[in-house]
Ligand binder design. Sequence first.
Ligand SMILES: Nc1nc2c(ncn2[C@@H]2O[C@H](COP(=O)(O)OP(=O)(O)OP(=O)(O)O)[C@@H](O)[C@H]2O)c(=O)[nH]1
Ligand SMILES: [Mg+2]
Length: 174
Amino acid sequence: MCSDTHLGSDKLPTDFALVGEVDCGKTALMNALLQNHDEVRKTQSAIFHGQNVIDTPGEFTEVHAYYGALLSTVLEVNTIVYLQPANSAIFSMPAGLLQVYPNKRVIGVISKVDLPDADVERARGILRENRVPEPYFETSTVTGAGVAELRAYLADLRKGPLGTAPPKYRFKAA
Ligand SMILES: Nc1nc2c(ncn2[C@@H]2O[C@H](COP(=O)(O)OP(=O)(O)OP(=O)(O)O)[C@@H](O)[C@H]2O)c(=O)[nH]1
Ligand SMILES: [Mg+2]
């Protein structure tokens, strides 16, 4: 259950997979990160952009029968980018599924922050409760907010060791 679009990996040499509930904005964010203008349609399978930049269908995180597909899809990437839509009150995966592979980075993105019913503080709380490490990126593909920052962060990751954020993004001690 996968396909390869051969697109855009040169624009983002980091390997990563976007995961999160149906309609949370993974494909729209992938297009924005890769700076393409592809039409956003429902994702039916894992989509490989070049070698290891991967868009996944929301069902991979929401439907028990697809957890195996999710785990095998993210096996080859170092970084999992989890999208928490700003207007959602639920975390779409079972607790711990994101942490099955202890040697992978998990990055939290709060998507759709432009929506009128966005509640960014609630989304931050949901990510924290589910052990997604900070910092969190707040994005909108409608306004473009946060996209360049996330792209720069992902591009920087390949310079650092696994499990650490690039220095400029680490939180200062209080
Ligand atoms: N307001 C707003 N709408 C967005 C944003 N990102 C995506 N959308 C819209 O939300 C809908 C779903 O976006 P997708 O990118 O297809 O969501 P997805 O997570 O890839 O969904 P699946 O492929 O079904 O898992 C589309 O109508 C998008 O245009 C955003 O930042 N703000
Ligand atoms: Mg999609």
